[in-house]
Ligand binder design. Sequence first.
Ligand SMILES: NC(=O)c1ccc[n+]([C@@H]2O[C@H](COP(=O)([O-])OP(=O)(O)OC[C@H]3O[C@@H](n4cnc5c(N)ncnc54)[C@H](OP(=O)(O)O)[C@@H]3O)[C@@H](O)[C@H]2O)c1
Length: 310
Amino acid sequence: MTINIALLGTGRIAEIGYVPAIQQISDTNIISVLSRDKAKGEAFAKKHQIKNSYADLDELLRDESLDAVIICTPDAMHEEQVIKSCRANKHVLCEKPMSTDYQSCLRMIEEIKKSKIIFGMAYNNRFNAGLRYIKEQIEKDQIGNIYYARAMLSTQQNDPEGWRALGGQSKFWAMSATGTHMIDIFRWYFGEPVDSKIISLSPKYSSPNDEISTLTMNFNNKILCDVTASAILPRVNRIEVYSDTDVIIGENVFGIKTDEKVYHNNKKILIEPISSFFGEVLDFTNAIIKNRSPRSTFEDGIKNLIIMQS
Ligand SMILES: NC(=O)c1ccc[n+]([C@@H]2O[C@H](COP(=O)([O-])OP(=O)(O)OC[C@H]3O[C@@H](n4cnc5c(N)ncnc54)[C@H](OP(=O)(O)O)[C@@H]3O)[C@@H](O)[C@H]2O)c1
């Protein structure tokens, strides 16, 4: 079975995340791309040998040979694009965060449930080898009782004139760019927090969105967890997990091209990095073929957003 995919958006993540990942997967093709700008769409299509480019989503979705869309547009556009794709019976892999607020996620979920499509949330970091190593240690119950964990990730999407900073197409900046990934990893490790509290500041550009945020989560009154997301600090990419017996430190464990280093009780762990986008798209296409749930679902999307708003 061949899966024909459309990329909605021609930006950074479409180009450096999805195009190379999909090109590595057999029987999966990018057959179309959506851009607001006809010439830009055509240039992107030509550069990546994509057959069709569209400036109109309805027209793109009318293509009967199209199976699925990957939504790579600003956060505030996800709702309309998801709903239209569901109504056109196209499977959806939606970039994070799911949308900009809780009510929007509820509207999206209503349409997803009405349709028969497979919906995946693009939390690609679940496929990164270093973060999977920690997950495996937790699942094997091999690292004692975890009491504390923290992660810090600064985004390099730090253009104060970009859509994340300006506020029209997004309600979060640092939390959307990186915080949501760290929340996802800790939810994946520890389940649902019983309590969470976020403090945000915008001290550099006075952006209407957060430039730096710190979130604390309480998992089952047993594990305290801190997340710091930033759009204004130099590059930091780190996770730390502490139990009564073990310490795991991961450096450069989040992202597309990772140079992961994981130390477990000071011992360097051998990690074989893969492209997390390759893992994510493969999981999504397998979910379509086997009619099963992908690794991240709309439940992950909305629950993550509830925490982002706490
Ligand atoms: N999973 C990850 O690790 C990861 C990393 C980065 C981003 N993301 C997510 O992916 C989505 C896209 O992020 P990105 O970094 O690729 O952003 P980007 O580089 O700014 O690209 C977004 C694309 O969306 C299209 N677009 C449509 N309406 C737009 C508008 N009003 N303003 C700006 N662009 C508009 C543009 O394509 P045209 O100009 O061709 O229309 C643009 O190239 C976001 O939801 C983001 O949170 C995920």
